[in-house]
Design a binder for this molecule. Structure first.
Ligand code: 5GP
Length: 193
């Protein structure tokens, strides 16, 4: 998605440790016009699939998922990071290791909001090593629902998540795939489409 790539080149800041900061339009301040175009693009990419719910994880995935959901006309469910899990049988739970915060979270979704009838599009802001995505896929499977696809705003193609998840046969599409980035020069190179 050229509009997104241009914005990453203009405002993205490459930090040490393979972290791309996009706080000015995605992760802190949100550019709603860009977000709307992102929502439309996800609709175009996954059009025709029988999607009933969009699943994401708090916090940064929520805005993206909501903009996409307007076009799919389905609810958004966001997995919550829990301090402690209450094993009362009312939630699906999994563990996710945060790439940016370097800690493991228990993540939950209430059984009320995912069921065997659901066809789920998973959406997230970034894909790095794939922990967040694997956790979200686990939650969909625990519910007996179907993963129809995964939409990612920015994939760091030099980390392993994208390759591993595509190898499982899941329909994973990223709007911008970064092939390499350098915190010394600030240089960002995208994968050719
Ligand atoms: P993964 O679980 O794939 O290793 O990492 C995905 C999650 O970590 C995303 O939900 C995102 O919140 C965060 N993340 C990973 N890499 C980056 C990055 O380079 N920049 C930002 N802003 N977030 C990232």
């Amino acid at each position: 998605m050229q509009l997104l790539k241009d914005r990453i080149l203009k405002d993205g800041i490459v930090k040490a440790g393979n972290v791309l900061k996009v706080d000015s339009f995605l992760n802190h301040q949100i550019d709603v016009e860009l977000m709307d175009e992102i929502g439309k693009e996800f609709k175009r990419l996954f059009d025709g699939k029988p999607i009933t719910k969009i699943l994401t994880i708090e916090a940064s995935g929520i805005a993206v998922a909501c903009f996409a959901a307007q076009y799919f006309r389905v609810p958004v469910v966001f997995a919550k990071k829990a301090q402690s899990i209450n094993l009362d049988g009312e939630s699906y739970t999994t563990k996710i290791e945060s790439f940016t915060h370097k800690r493991v979270y228990d993540v939950i979704v209430s059984k009320k909001y995912l069921s065997t009838e659901d066809h789920v599009l998973i959406i997230d802001d970034f894909l790095a090593n794939g922990c967040a995505l694997v956790g979200l896929i686990d939650l969909v499977k625990a519910a007996g629902a179907t993963v129809e696809g995964v939409g990612i705003v920015i994939e760091k193609g030099f980390q392993k998540g994208g390759d591993e998840i595509r190898a499982t046969g899941i329909d994973l599409k990223s709007l911008a795939v970064i092939e390499s980035m350098d915190d010394k020069t600030g240089n960002i190179v995208f994968r050719a489409e």
